[in-house]
Design a protein around this ligand. Structure first.
Ligand code: PHE
Length: 437
């Protein structure tokens, strides 16, 4: 249950859409290696810290931090960390739902055979038509939010467990079918060498920062999602081993997605560095040119929508549980209330691509700013504080007890990474984003 829930949260648009495109933009192999180093040296200790806090606190991220803060340091002000994470989750879901809506729209378009024998120009037009249409995006965004809220309303045990239980295997099966397609009809050797053959000469400081930032996003760290699920981890289960399994699964799916996408990209002479539009503006073209493109293309977009849904559920859950505990209201009422708020916030993302596209300030459109604030500022801050709390402020006895099944060496590795490496790396990311350097 715990592994399924956290994997469902971690595996989403970040793995299937964002990982391939930033790998493409950053030149492939060398970026992948740095990303993997970040995952294990920063992602792993922070994930362990968040699960520890969740299991010990046994509540939503805010209340857990308040209780543990009082217990360990005599100060409940630590709940602010939970609030920052919750805020990040709230903001991320508002645009995540819109993008997930796009993927669902592309699933339908592909199913209708719209992209058969189409040109790059036409694919671009289709994408522009979507982003220019407020009603279309509104429908898909609403649909996605309603789906997320209905699953949350049923409760984690009834809704989420079942959803993840069926979605993850379905996801893997569809990906295997697509991989078979890529091996037989894509340019597999070029795809593999792009993904795994490092060229360190093209690596810059910013590439390393992008890789570190993505480690946060893809593992759902800093938002309290993992803290939330930590409460469901049984006392006899190993936090260390579970974290490693989840991280391996997440990394496996991301690399798997890369192995599917790049052979198709190279077989069709497309640009691997096409950017965020890689999937929406380039893959439909590829699927339109190949045999069985309707089926494979539709399956691919269905897969992304599924993965996005399980991530969205985990983004909404912490704030709903917090609202239930705070206001003593029914789960469905809390889910609908939060869902409505986030849905409304999502309208700003939709408008950022059309009517308000010229309303640009600070980091760009309203959408750019929401994304920047949530992903690049709030996540690292709360992730940093979660891990600083667990490694510096929680007593040695408490952390040792949570990690009781680990060897002394494993415990010391966690403590060293969580105390020094991870916080330092996050501070570097922040300073870079704030633009001090
Ligand atoms: N980790 C998810 C992904 O890779 C995104 C996500 C972020 C999910 C934050 C939950 C919380 O798509």
């Amino acid at each position: 249950m715990f592994i399924l829930a956290v994997s469902g949260s971690a595996i989403g648009l970040g793995n299937i859409w964002k990982f391939p495109y930033i790998t493409g933009v950053n030149g492939g192999g060398a970026f992948v290696i740095i990303y993997l180093i970040c995952i294990f040296s920063i992602g792993l200790p922070i994930m362990i810290s968040e699960i520890m806090i969740g299991r010990k606190g046994k509540r939503n991220p805010i209340t857990s931090m308040e209780i543990l803060g009082i217990e360990e340091t005599g100060n409940g002000v630590w709940k602010i960390v939970g609030f920052i994470g919750l805020m990040a989750g709230f903001l991320i879901l508002s645009f995540y739902s819109v993008i997930a809506g796009w993927t669902f729209h592309y699933f339908l378009l592909t199913l209708q055979g719209l992209f058969i024998e189409t040109s790059a120009m036409e694919v671009k037009t289709v994408f522009n038509q979507l982003t220019q249409s407020i009603p279309k995006q509104l429908i898909y965004h609403s649909f996605f939010m309603i789906l997320t809220v209905s699953i949350i309303s049923k409760g984690v045990r009834n809704g989420l467990e079942k959803a993840v239980y069926f979605m993850m295997p379905a996801l893997l099966i569809i990906m295997c079918i697509l991989l078979y397609y890529s091996i037989t009809q894509g340019n597999f050797s070029e795809g593999v060498s792009f993904l795994f053959k490092p060229d360190f000469s093209i690596i810059t400081a910013s590439t390393i920062l992008v890789a570190m930032g993505h480690a946060f996003f893809t593992l759902s760290l800093g938002m309290g999602c993992v803290v939330m699920y930590g409460a469901y981890l049984q006392d006899h289960e190993s936090i260390f081993k579970t974290s490693i399994i989840i991280i391996l699964c997440d990394t496996f799916i991301a690399l798997f997605a890369g192995l599917i996408i790049f052979p198709i990209v190279f077989a069709n002479n497309l640009d691997p560095g096409a950017g965020p539009g890689l999937i929406f503006q380039t893959l439909p073209l590829a699927f339109g040119q190949i045999n069985g493109g309707i089926l494979f293309g539709a399956l691919f977009f269905a897969l992304i929508s599924f993965a996005a849904l399980t991530s969205a559920i985990s983004l909404l859950e912490p704030s709903v549980v917090w609202l239930i505990e705070k206001r003593q209201i029914r789960r469905s009422t809390a889910a609908i209330l939060m869902g409505l708020l986030i849905w409304t916030m999502g309208l700003f993302t939709i408008l950022s691509f059309n009517n308000l596209s010229s309303f640009v300030f600070w980091k760009g459109t309203i959408f750019d700013n929401i994304d920047f604030l949530a992903s690049n500022i709030l996540l690292p801050i709360s992730g940093l504080l979660f891990t600083v709390f667990a490694s510096w402020f929680m007593s040695h006895k408490s952390s040792k007890r949570e990690l009781s099944d680990t060897t002394t060496l494993q415990y010391n590795i966690w403590r060293f990474l969580a105390r020094y490496i991870a916080p330092l790396a996050v501070i570097i990311i922040l300073i870079n984003f704030i633009g001090v350097f």
